[in-house]
Design a protein around this ligand. Structure first.
Ligand SMILES: [Zn+2]
Length: 269
């Protein structure tokens, strides 16, 4: 009796809800029109995924169709989406069976976003912003890696610590590492904690702890702002500097994944 109640309670998550919408205006406007409560939070998650397929400002067209599933709550979580448009076609499904981190894959089991090589946050959840500037775009110099507070940050390459905790009001707890490779500066901002022994002048090996993800300084939510600059201070794109690799689920994970896909596809119909 007690056991069955316990089992029931532990499996009791809010049932997924569905939104079907035809694009009119932006993704955000279309979603908010269809679902006033969750639309805005989901729009950001949808735009991030579609952004890997194309320019979400220019390639999203009126009459494109968007269906999605989400877990309702204070912070609605996207579970699956199907986008059929003039320029963009995408199906994406959330799956945690790869490395216990919820990630989005296409129907064939290929991760939607590219996986950064030598990642400073191996257990990051999602790339939430890339370096960008220019018309209509938010000015941003780094790569933002979303992860829960306390997620370990490691040195991607061998280097030497150059500065710790400068401009703390904006940067929060922060570390500046000079990589031996080309003398590139890597800035790690908004850390929750800095690892013991991280002091200016110390050498650091690739893979050694730098600290943990947090939201200190000017930051809205836990993430690592990871910024690369060359010797002359010019901003580099970590996606190019590190390189990326496609990540595909292995055969033994595909069985569990396909069950998730089938369940979500049925609910999306
Ligand atoms: Zn940032």
């Amino acid at each position: 009796m007690h056991l069955s109640i316990l089992v029931l309670a532990s499996t009791l998550v809010a049932a997924p809800q569905q939104i079907k919408t035809e694009i009119r205006g932006s993704i955000e406007a279309s979603l908010v029109r269809s679902h006033r409560d969750a639309g805005q939070a989901l729009a950001a998650q949808v735009a991030r995924l579609l952004g890997w397929e194309g320019d979400v400002v220019r390639q999203v067209h009126p009459k494109d169709s968007l269906k999605l599933l989400f877990e309702p709550g204070a912070e609605p979580q996207l579970l699956a989406l199907a986008y059929r448009g003039q320029k963009i076609e995408m199906q994406a499904f959330r799956f945690s069976g790869y490395d216990d981190v919820p990630r989005f894959f296409d129907a064939q089991g290929k991760m939607i976003e590219p996986f950064l090589k030598n990642n400073p946050v191996p257990k990051y959840v999602q790339i939430t912003e890339v370096p960008q500037r220019g018309r209509g775009k938010r000015f941003h110099n780094g790569l933002d890696l979303k992860a829960p507070t306390g997620t370990p940050i490691v040195a991607p390459y061998d280097g030497k610590i150059s500065r710790v905790n400068w401009r703390k009001r904006y940067n929060g707890n922060c570390v500046d590492v000079i990589f031996h490779k080309k003398g590139t500066h890597a800035l790690f901002l908004h850390l929750d904690k800095i690892a013991p022994g991280i002091k200016a002048g110390q050498r650091i090996k690739a893979g050694a702890p730098i600290g943990t993800v947090g939201s200190t300084g000017r930051s809205g939510a836990p993430h690592l702002h990871y910024e690369l600059r060359d010797k002359r201070g010019r901003v580099l794109n970590p996606l190019d500097y590190h390189g990326t690799k496609p990540l595909t689920l292995s055969q033994d994970k595909m069985k569990a994944y396909q069950q998730v896909v089938q369940r979500y596809q049925k609910l999306l119909r």
